[in-house]
Design a protein around this ligand. Structure first.
Ligand code: ZN
Length: 258
């Protein structure tokens, strides 16, 4: 009797988890109403430079992310007038849980649960509606940080953690990374080779049909780099030269698979 009850409860919990994942997946990519995205700055190293930079941030500094996603949605046939809305939220003073080192699947599951719990705790500032997608941007002081850890975006939990530079002239480059992680939360997959970082042909090319193929001028957002020639890849400086390719547009349900 108790054994059956325990199994029933376990199945119920698993069922609820599976349902909520599916529910999130479909309601964030049905493009029936504006999807609210919140960007929450975090001071990564506690430096005064990062603090000053965060204090200077306004929603206008994030405006090209919203412009980019909405323009690309329209180009792919989405008719909603404002598919996404990107707002700056108040600074969060708690650091997100550090990513588990190594590839132990159990520690990855544990880390992603802690991250979801962190996002839930820190995305409800008083007097503001909580956004559907939560992106925590950790600003690093460029004087002390030559390279930052990998950014992540998780569809399960609708949460992203972006590592960025607290430097005025990096603002628009940071926005390229933020946009990439936002699309991960909507189900888009990476389109580059993890070893060489080469954009994958054709899905990681913004203009796969271009003749001659090189140099490409535009970057596919989930490739993160564009091919100057067959062996040279560059990162874009702003979202102006970035596009959402057809494969990514299918993954986030802007277009139906043929
Ligand atoms: Zn990625």
């Amino acid at each position: 009797m108790w054994r059956w009850l325990r199994i029933a409860i376990l199945l119920l919990v698993l069922g609820i988890a599976a349902y909520s994942t599916l529910y999130d997946r479909f309601t964030t990519t049905d493009w029936n109403e504006t999807l609210w995205i919140g960007v929450f700055p975090v001071n990564a190293g506690g430096s005064a430079v990062s603090e000053g930079y965060i204090a200077s941030l306004t929603t206008e500094d994030l405006a090209d992310i919203e412009r980019f996603i909405n323009a690309e949605a329209r180009r792919h046939g989405v008719t909603l007038s404002r598919p996404v809305r990107v707002d700056l939220y108040p600074e969060v003073h708690e650091q997100p849980p550090p990513r588990a080192r190594g590839a132990n699947p159990l520690s990855t599951v544990w880390w992603s649960l802690k991250l979801r719990w962190y996002a839930r705790r820190n995305s409800h500032p008083a007097g503001r509606p909580a956004p559907r997608i939560r992106v925590f941007v950790l600003y690093h002081d460029p004087t002390f940080t030559q390279s930052v850890p990998h950014s992540v975006g998780l569809q399960k939990g609708l949460v992203g953690v972006v590592h960025a530079y607290a430097q005025r002239d990096m603002t628009r480059t940071n926005n390229v990374v933020i946009a990439h992680e936002i699309l991960h939360t909507l189900g888009a997959t990476d389109k580059y080779d993890p070893t060489s970082l080469a954009p994958l042909y054709p899905d990681g090319y913004a203009e796969p049909e271009r003749q001659p193929r090189y140099p490409q001028r535009l970057t596919e957002i989930m490739a993160g780099r564009y091919a100057v020639d067959a062996g040279t890849y560059e990162m874009p400086e702003t979202l102006t030269d970035v596009r959402v390719g057809t494969a990514t547009a299918r993954e986030i349900r802007w277009v139906q698979a043929p």
